[in-house]
Design a protein around this ligand. Structure first.
Ligand SMILES: *[C@@H]1O[C@H](CO)[C@@H](O)[C@H](O)[C@H]1NC(C)=O
Length: 167
C-alpha cells in the first residue's frame, strides 16, 4: 500500500465531488518538478527522497476520471518503516477558488476504507480500489492536496493533483 495518500484521497475526492461544504480558503501549489510515477495527474509536494513511503507506481483507470463512470486506482509502493497509530492525513480539496474540504484526519481511522489496518508493516504493498465518480460533477478545475505524516510529524508522503472536468 504505497499509495497511502492517493488511496485515502480517493474516497475523499469522490465524496468531495458529490457534496459541497462551507469553506475557508487555502493555497495549493502544483509542483511539476516531482511527478508521481504512473498514469495520473499526481505530483509530490516536494522532493520525495526522504518520504517514508516510496511510491513505485499509481495508475488511474481511466485517466482522467469520467463523471458517472467507475474509477479504478492501482498503486504499489514500499514503506521504509512501520507506520504506527497517530499518523495523520491533511486533506484539502478545492473547486476553482472554493475550498470544499480542508481537514486533518487520523490516518489509521481512514485506512479501513481501503481495506488496510494500522500498524502498516515495513515493506512492499499494493492496493487496488474502485470508486464511483458522480454523474453530475460540476465542471471546472479541482485541486487536491494530501499530506500524510507520522505521529511525530515526519513525512510519509505528500501529493497534489489538479483535475479538470470539462463542461
Ligand atoms: C508496481 O506496479 C507496476 C505497474 O503495475 C509494475 O510494473 C511494477 O513492477 C510494480 N513494482 C513492484 C516493485 O512490484
Amino acid at each position: 500500500m504505497k499509495l497511502t495518500s492517493t488511496l485515502l484521497l480517493t474516497p475523499f475526492l469522490a465524496s468531495a465531488l458529490s457534496l459541497y461544504s462551507p469553506s475557508s480558503s487555502g493555497v495549493t501549489t502544483q509542483n511539476d518538478a516531482f511527478p508521481v510515477p504512473g498514469s495520473q495527474p499526481l505530483t509530490y509536494c516536494n522532493d520525495p527522497k526522504d518520504y517514508i513511503l516510496e511510491v513505485h507506481n499509481v495508475d488511474l483507470i481511466p485517466n482522467p476520471p469520467v463523471p458517472g463512470e467507475k474509477l479504478t486506482i492501482k498503486a504499489n509502493g514500499t514503506f521504509h518503516e512501520q507506520i504506527e497509530e497517530g499518523a495523520t492525513v491533511f486533506l484539502q480539496v478545492r473547486y476553482g477558488l472554493i475550498t470544499l474540504i480542508k481537514q486533518e484526519a487520523d490516518m489509521c481511522e481512514q485506512l479501513p476504507k481501503i481495506d488496510i489496518e494500522c500498524p502498516i508493516n515495513e515493506g512492499y504493498m499494493e492496493i487496488m480500489k474502485e470508486v464511483n465518480i458522480p454523474r453530475q460533477v460540476p465542471p471546472g478545475k479541482y485541486t487536491v492536496l494530501a499530506d500524510v505524516k507520522t505521529k511525530d510529524k515526519r513525512a510519509i508522503t505528500c501529493m497534489e493533483a489538479a483535475i479538470v472536468f470539462p463542461r
